[in-house]
Design a binder for this molecule. Structure first.
Ligand SMILES: [Zn+2]
Ligand SMILES: [Zn+2]
Ligand SMILES: [Zn+2]
Length: 149
């Protein structure tokens, strides 16, 4: 975790930005919540517990900066909503998201399974694929079992 914060500090410094206490706190909240896929408002509410003076606008700007730097990933979950997660290993792109249309729950499917497709696209286009973004929309297991949707 500390190593990781240090790495982010270097990425930010390379862009003439500083890891301010506010930015560091946003990073810590994201690191602590692991794979919860938090919204900006949720991150703000958690950060505010530790730094009551932090503003929602600061949290939004910080998330924008981190996303731009590749430190975090922004996940569009439909209806104009976005969730955020840490990009711990930017070189690995292997997880897909399953988004429940009923309860909004986000699950991860941790396998790529697209290697064959990537290889074909690369062969046919000469494009080098470094990432992809795949979202599956539907009903999660508990929404499926809790009556009809
Ligand atoms: Zn659900
Ligand atoms: Zn995820
Ligand atoms: Zn892939």
């Amino acid at each position: 975790m500390t190593d990781w914060v240090e790495k982010v500090r270097q990425v930010i410094a390379a862009r003439d930005q500083r890891l301010t206490p506010q930015r560091q706190l946003v990073l810590q909240v994201l690191a602590r919540e692991g794979d919860s896929h938090l919204s900006a408002e949720e991150i703000y509410l958690l950060a505010r517990r530790e730094m009551p003076e932090i503003g929602l606008a600061t949290v939004y700007r910080t998330l924008e900066l981190f996303a731009e730097l590749g430190v975090i990933s922004r996940l569009e979950v439909g209806a104009g909503q976005a969730r955020y997660e840490l990009n711990r290993q930017p070189d690995l792109h292997y997880h897909h998201h399953l988004i429940c249309r009923k309860c909004g729950r986000i699950e991860e499917f941790r396998e790529d399974l697209l290697e064959e497709l990537e290889r074909r696209v690369e062969e046919e286009t000469g494009f080098s694929i470094t990432d992809h973004n795949l979202r599956f929309f539907g009903l999660c297991r508990s929404c499926r079992t809790n009556g009809s949707a």
